[in-house]
Design a protein around this ligand. Sequence first.
Ligand SMILES: [Zn+2]
Length: 292
Amino acid sequence: MKTLRETLADAAVRHIAVGHFNISDLLTLRAIVAAARELAVPVMIGVSEGERDFMGVRQVAALVQSMREEYQHPIYLNADHTHSLEAAEEAARAGFDEVIFDGSKLDFNENVARTKRAVESLRSINSDIVIEGEIGYIGSSSEVLAETPKGASLAPGELTTPEEAKRFVEATGVDVLAPAVGNMHGLLVSMVRGETRKRLDIERIRRIAAVVGKPLTLHGGSGTADEDLAAAIKAGITIVHINTELRVAWRQGVERGLAEHPNEVAPYKLLPPAFEAIERIVRERLALFGRM
Ligand SMILES: [Zn+2]
C-alpha cells in the first residue's frame, strides 16, 4: 500500500485531491470509509486536538489501522490543527501518518520558529511522517457561525502571498502547506441554509503552488461552491478538508433517528440516518475531488 507521502505526490501530478474528513466517533469513521471504498479512492481521516481528547489518541490510531488492514484500503490518519509540540509528538508516536502543526495565529517569524522545531522533532520520531504548516489565520471553529471569525485573514489584502508561502516552506521544511486563499473554518448560517457559498482566490492558489512546489491543503472546505473547489484542485490544491458539513449531517441525522423512533433506546437502531447522511456527503465530495 502507498504511503501518504506517495499518495499525495501522485494526486499532485494528476491535479486531483485527496479528501480529508474529521471524525469524533466510530459512526462517522465507518461512513467515511464506506464512501471511500465504494469510490475506490484513498481518504484521510482528521482528528483535531478536541476530537483526539474525546476519542483517545492511541484508540483512534488503532481504529484506523484496523480498518486499513481489514479492507486493504488506503486510509490515512492526520493530527489536525495541533498547537503544542507535546501533542504533535504524542500523535507521531501513536503512528499518525500526518501532523499539522498550526502556528497560524502567531506572527510569521514565531510561526516559522515553532514549526521548524516541530518538523525536527517529529522527523526524529518517524522519518516518513508528513508534516503540514499553516500561514494565515482562517478561524478555528468547525461549527455553524453567526458571523465570520474575528481576526481571520479573509479580505483580499490579508490572504497568503506567494512570497510568504515560499519563505515559510523553505525556512521550516514542511511537506505540505495550508495557505489562506479565501477559505474559512466553519459555516455561516446562510451557508447552512444554502443561500451563500464560500468563494476561493483561484489565481492566488495557482501562483502559490507554482513557487512552493509542495502539496497545498484547503482547510474549511465545507460550504465552498463546487466550481471553486474543482478549479482550486486544478490550480494546485492536493488535500481538501471537510468537517462542518459532516457535523451538520450528523446532528440532523441523529435528530431524524430520534424523531422517527420516539421510544427506541438502542443506539444502533437510532443512528443509521446519521450514518447515511454522512456517507452521502462524503461520496459527493470524493467524486468531485477526482479519482486516483
Ligand atoms: Zn482546518
